[in-house]
Design a protein around this ligand. Sequence first.
Ligand code: FES
Length: 144
Amino acid sequence: MALYSEKVMDHFRNPRNVGVIEDADGVGEVGNAVCGDIMKIYLKIENNTVSDVKFETFGCGSAIASSSMATELIKGKPLEQALQLTNRAVTEALDGLPAHKLHCSVLAQEAIRAAVKDYYDKCGIRYDPKDFADCDSHEGCHGE
Ligand code: FES
């Protein structure tokens, strides 16, 4: 069996939503201290909905595929839904990732959460800091 699914290869070769949103409402940048990969997510929010999303990922193919799939999964969706996106959902949508590449999908989950937190901070929207204890939009999440 191939190591990577066709979906992973497709999103790696033809990543969706690559780029920058200059006037983004929320930006989240996270990195993995072990592999050194970095992911940045830009969100445009309208009526509490993700009206646009873009990403820049300096990382492995699985990180690029995870970013691409994650942006597709939250585009046009309510902010709460974006916040609840798990790396498991990203991995399932990609038809799986090898075990040693699961952390790449975690980066996507964390980058989106960091971008939403940044949006909340900029707009003065109250939230429970405990919900973001693992994640800071400026320093990034450095867990495996
Ligand atoms: Fe680190 Fe993929 S190897 S994000």
